[in-house]
Design a protein around this ligand. Structure first.
Ligand code: FES
Ligand code: FES
Length: 163
């Protein structure tokens, strides 16, 4: 058995359990943070993506016991986040989701793209955005709406930044 402390959505929590328990199961089953979805559980689909120490990471290939002192943010922690609000609106407008299973992980990755790569505002940047998104799979949308939603937020923020 392991016992470690970590921060989840700004709160100090304790994980106590088996070495094999991955972070995704801990978040969902012990903390009831079911916005983090589990698909492949092999590190392939990206549905389980959260922010770990400020960067997107997959919870299904991260042992909870190895997260001592880590800061985790799940999709539930972004309700008041400006970029996330812009992305949510853009995802709805651009039809960037259907079943929604991939959406929490997509939004975490999309927010990272918007904040880390604000210069990707041109039509020629679509390939780079697709490349950055390649760790998140969507079985429904064909990606076009997702890419358009991210592009629209990048452009909106670029325009706002110039004002
Ligand atoms: S559930 Fe973690 S990458 Fe698919
Ligand atoms: S919206 Fe269904 S998997 Fe992406």
């Amino acid at each position: 058995m392991n016992k470690i402390d970590l921060q989840v959505n700004g709160k100090l929590v304790c994980f106590e359990g088996e070495s094999r328990t991955h972070l995704g199961d801990f978040l969902r089953e012990s903390l009831d943070l079911t916005g983090t979805h589990l698909g492949c559980e092999h590190g392939v689909c990206g549905a389980c993506t959260v922010e770990i120490n400020g960067a997107p990471a997959r919870t299904c290939i991260q042992f909870a016991a190895s997260c001592a002192g880590y800061q985790i943010r799940t999709i539930e922690d972004f309700d008041e986040d400006e970029v996330m609000l812009q992305l949510r609106e853009a995802f709805s407008k651009e039809h960037a989701l259907q079943c929604g299973f991939c959406t929490p992980g997509m939004l975490i990755t999309a927010r990272d793209i918007v904040l880390r790569l604000p210069e990707l505002t041109g039509p020629e940047d679509e390939g780079r955005i697709r490349n950055e998104l390649s760790g998140n799979l969507c079985r429904c949308t064909g990606y076009q709406g997702i890419v358009q939603a991210i592009q629209s937020v990048l452009r909106l923020r670029a325009i706002k930044g110039k004002k």
